[in-house]
Design a protein around this ligand. Sequence first.
Ligand SMILES: NC(=O)c1ccc[n+]([C@@H]2O[C@H](COP(=O)([O-])OP(=O)(O)OC[C@H]3O[C@@H](n4cnc5c(N)ncnc54)[C@H](OP(=O)(O)O)[C@@H]3O)[C@@H](O)[C@H]2O)c1
Length: 427
Amino acid sequence: MAKDITIGFLGCGNVGSGVWRLLEGFGADIEHRAGLRFNVKKVLVRSLTKARDIQFPDGVLTVNPDDVLNDPEIQIVVEFLGGEEPAYSLMLRALNAGKTVVTANKVAFALHWHELQKAAKTHGAGLYYEAAVCGAIPIIHSLEESLQANRIDKIYGIVNGTTNYILTRMSKNNEDYETVLRDAQQLGLAEPDPAADVEGLDAAYKLSILASLAFHGRVPFEDVYIEGITHVSAEDIRCGQELGYTLKLLAIGKRDGMNVETRVHPTFIRSDHPLANVSGSFNAVYLHGHACKEMMFLGRGAGDMPTASAIVSDLERAATTCQHKYPTFVNELNPKVALHNNTDWQCPFYIRVSAQDEPGVLSRIAKCFADECVSIAAVQQKGEQHNGRVTLVVITHIASEKAMQRAISALDSQIATLESIIRVEQE
Ligand SMILES: NC(=O)c1ccc[n+]([C@@H]2O[C@H](COP(=O)([O-])OP(=O)(O)OC[C@H]3O[C@@H](n4cnc5c(N)ncnc54)[C@H](OP(=O)(O)O)[C@@H]3O)[C@@H](O)[C@H]2O)c1
């Protein structure tokens, strides 16, 4: 005899429709295997007249959130509205009413995790968010459960499929950013307004969630350094390739004692690193734990069905858990414990400058760097002289971020002007 679980949706666009279809097409398997039958009683949308692919039974669609949140039969609320509001307020209301929440929303979750978890705990409700990071990849569950016996010191993610698609095409075909972005928009791989993806915000929300779980300490979104891919040029990608590097938008988290650094920016990684081969719209997370050592997760980070895969798995987990679990964070368990947000990280740098083609220029550039203890590992001239200037690519040894920035600002523009600076991970 299957157990009936009545659920309500907040939103039913791409992801919600995927969940509806997965429950419809795979519901019998879930019932047979887990003894659970999910019945979607109400679906909140913005418009009742919008054309939809799904034929909802009469009375299921509503534009009134109360129809979902005030219905005592609805035990689990699944949120796919997107954005901070009204998603956050509605999830909070559901939790305060003792309903378990399953969400795909990294924005509302990353910004209000603390308040949502507090409400869930107070009312004995569950809070599940596997789909909020990397779609189908079970990274949240792995961090919360399977990797608990580890002190994770590094986590690297390719967590945004749009930017990975753009960088992959720029790398493979030597195409420029604007052309590939336009194509990605036509193919539906980039939003009409791509800012959240290409400016790195989407990856930063996800990194704040991943780093908090990996390091057992809450890492607020505001602490994540963010730099997107809008200024990336095909020339830098090509120069990097000649040096054995591949460019990725990496979400990087590191913990050393109480120091935590979290940053999202274009990063050169060695072309033989497993992350360098993660192409197109795929997502991946690579981490290192003191016991598990290196590990990599790879899969589809977006799309209706891959995301639905994570949501429906969360639904099943939520429905079969006797007592919901909540992650703990050192800096919340003990208010005296503070994690230090390290903004002066150390790494090698790739620097491309346009320099005056005359004797002594290189030594003047080297002096600006040496004055800040930045030592140069290699210098290459790229191409021929043009209007008295040449392009130089400099690779530094490991240096501090702040020292590097000071060295750059000390460059005399008559001698050399900065064209680009890209951080390198030597992992
Ligand atoms: N798309 C993906 O591949 C993907 C992957 C992982 C996670 N996510 C996350 O999943 C969430 C949903 O994404 P999506 O692509 O499915 O979005 P979407 O296609 O834009 O769907 C949003 C849904 O929410 C409804 N909605 C929005 N604002 C509302 C409001 N104020 N009141 C009532 N209904 C409202 C819309 O109603 P109408 O139908 O009437 O317009 C629509 O059904 C987001 O948090 C996103 O970050 C998406």
